[in-house]
Design a protein around this ligand. Structure first.
Ligand code: ADP
Ligand code: ASP
Ligand code: MG
Length: 401
């Protein structure tokens, strides 16, 4: 007998037939004699629809009220799944995040799990019940409902698996594993049998939303055995683990992230301390800066461009405009019609020419690069958003076909 955590994403529970399909998969695992904890997301596009609903009423709702609203999506799916399992005659209980013991910090909209008080989950498992837990939500120390950031149910599942020392954590979704690129963009993408935590973390952080990046971080930290599988087909998925037998792959995958905006501060004074002032201003407000580019100084002036997520663009511009006098720049420009396309792979360490090969693929496709950022195991380029899918395809073909 094993303890198994299974997570089913929004598309896997999108309608009644799909909820019943999930119930069958869960019951199969239970009937094999396992203790089963199931984490579910909100059905289909529910979370997006709730966000739209909120904005019809208030364009700028407080994060606290937004979390109250968004958490309701998952509460519907846990109940529907529990009812489907009940209907099949199996013992089951649905639990909200807080009933399941999720304690988070107070960073509404992007809260971090601090701990899980596992007594309730464990006592229900002791009673031989299938336990269904709402993903994506918890409670902070003020008893306010929090959510874990978009895609956060994966993290809920891994956190439970770590906390109750589950034997494995299975992430069921609408694709049958992790591919060398999003199979919806690149039909020739290949399914990976296995991928390391580090490579998966890079892919997820760079836009491969098949796993929430923090779920991978947590799986690595607590050595959770993780598998990404299809909700609909019974085939082997992709195992995410510490080490993968070395295959001759220069890169493991290509990712795309459209949630990028670029801000350029033009004509800053070219003197020490300017970059420090710009970025500490943003850091103090919790604005995460990604790719940074500083031009070579000319006539005592320089430009600094950087990227932030789209939802931080206006706030960042406002902060910089408020400091125009002290920062002494000519102007600020911005655009959010851009995308970040990246390649990831431990195989590129000590392999010169990987970047050149990536840029050649883009050149052959006639795609202009705005910014570049590299590390030992990843290379990212910023390009126009309308070129992004072509870029992913071209880069994928160059390295992985
Ligand atoms: P869920 O609702 O189950 O959490 P998501 O939409 O969050 O599902 O994640 C699954 C989606 O991730 C797939 O439909 C696919 O389009 C996308 N995806 C992006 N990159 C990859 C990749 N490298 N491999 C597999 N799927 C990917
Ligand atoms: N329902 C949430 C979202 O759409 C959480 C999740 O799906 O993991 O982001
Ligand atoms: Mg997801």
């Amino acid at each position: 007998m094993a303890i198994i955590v299974q997570k089913f994403g929004g598309s896997s529970v999108a309608d009644a037939a799909k909820v019943k399909n999930v119930a069958s998969r869960v019951i199969d695992t239970y009937q094999e004699g396992n203790s089963v904890v199931v984490v579910v997301s909100a059905q289909g596009d529910t979370t997006d629809d709730l966000i739209d609903k909120a904005h019809e009423i208030n364009e700028n709702p407080s994060k606290r009220e937004m979390d109250m609203l968004l958490a309701s999506g998952e509460q519907i799916s846990i109940v529907l799944l529990a009812m489907a399992i009940e209907d099949r005659g199996f013992p089951v209980i649905s639990l909200t995040g807080w009933q399941a013991g999720f304690v988070t910090n107070s960073n509404s909209g992007n809260a971090r799990i601090k701990k899980i008080d596992t007594e309730r989950i464990l006592s229900e498992l002791d009673k031989k019940k299938i336990v269904i837990v709402a993903g994506f939500q918890g409670l902070d120390k003020y008893d306010d409902i929090t959510t874990l950031g978009r895609g956060g149910s994966d993290t809920s599942a891994v956190a439970i698996a770590a906390a109750i020392h589950a034997d494995k954590c299975e992430i069921y979704t609408d694709v049958d594993g992790v591919y060398t690129a999003d199979p919806r963009i690149v039909p020739s993408a290949k399914k990976l049998d296995a991928i390391t935590y580090d490579e998966m973390l890079d892919l997820a952080s760079l836009g491969a939303n098949v796993l929430h990046n923090r779920s991978v971080e947590m799986a690595k930290k607590y050595s959770v055995k993780l598998e990404v599988k299809s909700s609909f087909e019974k085939v082997d998925g992709t195992i995410v683990k510490e080490a993968v037998s070395v295959e001759k792959m220069l890169i493991r995958g290509v990712a795309r992230d459209n949630d990028v905006a670029r801000i350029a501060i033009v004509g800053l004074e070219d003197k020490p301390g300017i970059a420090f002032r710009v970025f500490s201003l943003l850091a103090k407000k919790g604005i995460n800066v990604d790719v940074i580019l500083q031009s070579i100084g000319r006539e005592g002036k320089k430009d600094i461009s950087f990227t932030v997520t789209k939802n931080h663009m206006q706030e960042a511009i406002k902060l910089l405009e408020a400091e125009k006098e002290t920062l002494c720049y000519d102007e600020i420009t911005h655009r959010d019609d851009i995308s970040k396309v990246s390649i990831v792979g431990a195989g590129m360490v000590n392999n010169p020419g990987v970047a050149a090969k990536m840029f050649e693929a883009l050149y052959d496709a006639g795609i202009n690069i705005h910014m570049i950022s590299t590390s030992e195991t990843k290379i990212s380029v910023l390009i126009n958003v309308n070129n992004a899918e072509r870029a992913v395809q071209a880069i994928h073909d160059k390295f992985l076909i």
